[in-house]
Design a protein around this ligand. Structure first.
Ligand SMILES: Cc1cc2nc3c(=O)[nH]c(=O)nc-3n(C[C@H](O)[C@H](O)[C@H](O)COP(=O)(O)OP(=O)(O)OC[C@H]3O[C@@H](n4cnc5c(N)ncnc54)[C@H](O)[C@@H]3O)c2cc1C
Ligand code: FES
Length: 285
């Protein structure tokens, strides 16, 4: 894993080269939500850390020109062959193109990029708060903690608008952590927002909170848990052009002591400690 618990800027690794992958499966698992499994033969890099992402080139003819960022939801090595899972929601042209991929389609992607989530210290309890497609990087974190024997320390909270849009977590046999779900209309799990689930969870000085989802959700999580837990970490979203620190298009404002400064979500993030973030950071994300 990349960063220790005390790291505040969660320094990112240098940008990695373009990877050639092939679609293994690409399945619509809920309304507008797709689970894409990619195979990469002769994997020679280190394993991605939970919270890292990839820039996926969605078209070879330059339209759309820019890659699209997606959190890594799962990663497995089968001998020299790597398998990577991406879970994406269709929101526009690029993700629309991605639904046309089928088994055997070639895909090019850049990564793994960004810093990833700092691992929790031994003896701490982890609360993972996922809103919508904030889920994928937290699935990677849950799987990693579970495979490291820490699954019992983890509670995953997952909220969506309604049942149709929701990934059924029972279809992920390797998840191995406790979870609770909610929907805004009450069609699956508890009725309400994921922050309502968080309000019902036990947060103490031994708790670490990890959040990913829409900016208003993360702002609400930050307000609720700041000063009440050991630490909290937020995977921010920002519009990205390059994905590895060159264009500065993804910058958000953070606070270091009394100073305001800008950080690039792609290279210094996407994961930031709650200590650095204020309402302004979430507004820009
Ligand atoms: C680090 C990171 C990780 C991400 N991981 C995932 C993931 O695991 N699964 C997933 O489904 N999505 C994820 N996203 C969001 C995903 O990158 C966008 O949904 C995708 O780029 C949209 O591409 P498009 O061409 O379909 O849409 P576009 O045509 O580019 O845009 C369609 C609409 O979506 C909005 N939009 C696009 N990108 C973003 C963004 N980054 N933030 C806010 N609004 C946006 C646009 O403003 C527009 O309204 C992630 C984004 C980041 C920055
Ligand atoms: S997307 Fe270019 S610097 Fe972050």
């Amino acid at each position: 894993m990349t960063a220790g618990h005390d790291d505040r800027h969660c320094a990112a690794p240098s940008p990695s080269a373009l990877m050639e992958a092939e679609v293994l499966t690409n399945t619509e698992v809920a309304a507008g939500l797709w689970r894409l499994r990619l195979g990469m033969p002769q994997w020679s890099r280190s394993e991605p850390s939970p919270g890292q992402f990839v820039m996926v080139r969605v078209s070879d003819d330059g339209d759309p020109l820019l890659g699209r960022p997606f959190g890594i939801a799962g990663f497995w090595l089968h001998g020299p062959t790597a398998e990577m899972e991406i879970i994406f929601r269709v929101v526009g042209k690029g993700t629309g193109f991605m639904t046309r991929w089928s088994s055997g389609s070639p895909v090019r992607l850049l990564g793994p990029l960004g810093n990833g989530f700092p691992l929790p210290p031994l003896g701490s309890r982890c609360i993972l708060v996922a809103g919508g497609v904030g889920l994928p990087p937290l699935l990677a974190l849950a799987r990693s903690l579970e495979s490291g024997g820490r699954g019992g320390d983890v509670l995953l909270l997952y909220g969506e608008a309604n049942r149709d849009r929701m990934l059924d977590l029972d279809t992920l046999p390797d998840l191995g952590v406790r979870f609770a779900t909610c929907t805004e209309d009450g069609s699956c799990g508890r009725e309400g927002l994921v922050t309502d689930l968080l309000a019902a969870a036990e947060i103490g000085e031994d708790s670490l909170v990890y959040a990913c989802g829409p900016a208003p959700m993360m702002r609400a999580v930050h307000e609720r848990v700041s000063g009440r837990c050991l630490d909290s970490f937020y995977s921010l979203e920002s519009r990205m052009a390059c994905g590895f620190g060159v264009c500065a298009g993804c910058a958000v404002e953070v606070r270091e002591g009394d100073e305001w400064t800008y950080v690039r979500v792609c290279s210094e993030g996407p994961v930031f400690s709650g200590d650095l973030l204020t309402e302004r950071s979430f507004r820009q994300a």
